[in-house]
Ligand binder design. Structure first.
Ligand SMILES: Nc1ncnc2c1ncn2[C@@H]1O[C@H](COP(=O)(O)OP(=O)(O)OP(=O)(O)O)[C@@H](O)[C@H]1O
Length: 73
């Protein structure tokens, strides 16, 4: 499976071409930050999953389902 995200580098305030602007909220599995594309200024929401919080099979299923739904859009 092709996954370009694997090639992204993460610095303190930036991931790939997106700079972190601020924290939007906190969910069960991690934080959601507002990001802005460094060239186009497009604003996005970036969910940062904390692997240690994904503990059982139902967590994996929930996270996987959300990733699949977001990929369709
Ligand atoms: N696209 C978005 N735009 C703005 N804020 C967002 C966006 N996505 C998430 N947030 C904020 O981040 C918080 C955490 O989102 P996240 O999807 O991780 O968890 P949740 O759905 O609120 O809760 P849970 O993880 O328990 O299901 C949200 O409650 C919201 O405040």
């Amino acid at each position: 499976m092709h996954n370009s995200k694997l090639a992204l580098t993460m610095e303190k305030n930036q991931i790939g071409d997106y700079k972190f602007v601020k924290t939007l909220g906190q969910g069960t599995f991690g934080k959601v930050k507002q990001g802005i594309h460094i060239h186009t200024q497009q604003k996005v929401a970036i969910k940062i999953l904390e692997k240690r919080k994904i503990t059982d099979v139902s967590d994996v299923e929930r996270v996987t389902r959300e990733i699949h739904i977001l990929k369709i859009v």
